[in-house]
Design a protein around this ligand. Structure first.
Ligand code: G3P
Ligand code: CA
Length: 269
């Protein structure tokens, strides 16, 4: 318990003092990006500011965030399409207004020291982490939220984050049609496709993805040397998920993937 509190304190201090661009520079030099899955979610409640700040403090290269939409049209950060598992509320994300979502406690389920953590808005995350750490944006179940790609585009353009120079922002989804659209709306944005299906690793499938995607991001169970070679042959990069043990991190390092998406950023170094 004390260790977690110490981590959080450290996270806040480092977050406030980290000079702009330092995270950028260190990322460039690394071969494998360290991506904090839903933030440093092994140690702090997933998809909250506590988890994202901790990822910064731990030296991750990216935070991965899941973007959905409230009933009244505000983009919010939450993994499940209901609030039941990670908050003290119930119901579908898309059936609740932003005000109702913000009243929920998104921290206590992980530990009483996180009581009062809120569901962040997409705007808040972009403003807080721009220039501090890379952001891997996942559009979660975009089929539930028509027009979410345009809405995301608007938020990124407003902050001049739509043309990342060093891939400091990446957009990904399991929904391939959504990513085709995102590629049209954001032609300079690196786009990723997510999958855990063996059907998606064929040469034909990879050829189809490369028309609009820059990253092929499979679950760890699909990764082997042959797949990594095939992805590179198709001029894409590969980031894999979800690492929850040091052994899994070691395996992906040996596979020489471009990014490791992990709940525990400290397992990657
Ligand atoms: O970034 C990869 C990973 O987040 C995909 O799975 O279910 O954790 O969103 P999930
Ligand atoms: Ca995700």
């Amino acid at each position: 318990m004390k260790k977690v509190l110490l981590f959080c304190l450290l996270a806040t201090v480092i977050f406030v003092t980290l000079p702009f661009g330092e995270a950028e520079a260190s990322r460039k030099e690394k071969e494998i990006a360290n991506v904090a899955h839903r933030g440093a979610s092994g140690y702090a409640p997933e998809n909250t500011i506590a988890a994202f700040d901790l990822a910064v403090a731990m030296g991750a290269d990216y935070i991965e965030i899941d973007v959905q939409r409230s009933k009244d049209g505000k983009l919010v950060i939450l993994h499940d399409t209901t609030v039941d598992r990670t908050t003290d509320g119930t119901g579908k994300v898309g059936d609740l207004d932003f005000k109702e979502l913000r009243q929920l406690d998104a921290g206590s389920w992980k530990g009483e020291e996180f009581a009062g953590e809120k569901i962040p808005s997409f705007d808040e995350v972009l403003d807080r982490y721009k220039g501090k750490i890379g952001i891997l944006i996942e559009l979660k179940a975009p089929e539930l939220y028509p027009g979410i790609e345009k809405q995301m585009t608007k938020a990124l353009k407003k902050r001049k984050m739509d043309k990342p120079k060093r891939e400091e922002v990446i957009v990904q989804s399991f929904n391939f049609e959504s990513m085709k659209l995102a590629n049209k709306l954001l032609p300079r944005m690196p786009i990723g496709v997510l999958t855990s299906s063996p059907n998606d690793v064929s040469d034909e499938a990879l050829k189809a993805f490369r028309k609009y995607a820059d990253y092929f991001n499979p679950s760890i169970g699909l990764v082997n040397e042959e797949l990594v070679k095939k992805v590179r042959k198709n001029k894409m990069k590969i980031q894999s998920w979800t690492v929850r043990t040091p052994e899994a991190a070691q395996f992906l390092k040996e596979m020489k993937v471009d990014g490791i998406i992990t709940d525990y950023p400290d397992y990657v170094y």
